[in-house]
Design a protein around this ligand. Structure first.
Ligand code: SF4
Length: 63
């Protein structure tokens, strides 16, 4: 199976500069999962800019 990095990049909302995992969603999810975090695409635009990928940050906007 080919990687859809190019296609995924068109929808990637991550603004963190220089990350080698951008558009490689499987690596992105795995990277954050081991830290009990979520990828950038789970956050709204404002929250994403904080680079705080914690579940706590994610829930701030949900409750
Ligand atoms: S969410 Fe994290 S791993 Fe994914 S592209 Fe952004 S900085 Fe990289």
């Amino acid at each position: 199976m080919e990687c859809n990095q190019k296609k995924n990049l068109a929808n990637c909302s991550c603004s963190y500069p220089g990350c080698p995992r951008k558009g490689i969603c499987c690596e992105c999810v795995a990277y954050h999962l081991v830290k009990s975090q979520l990828p950038a695409c789970y956050f709204d635009k404002e929250s994403e800019k904080s680079f705080d990928r914690s579940i706590k940050k994610f829930l701030e906007k949900k409750v």
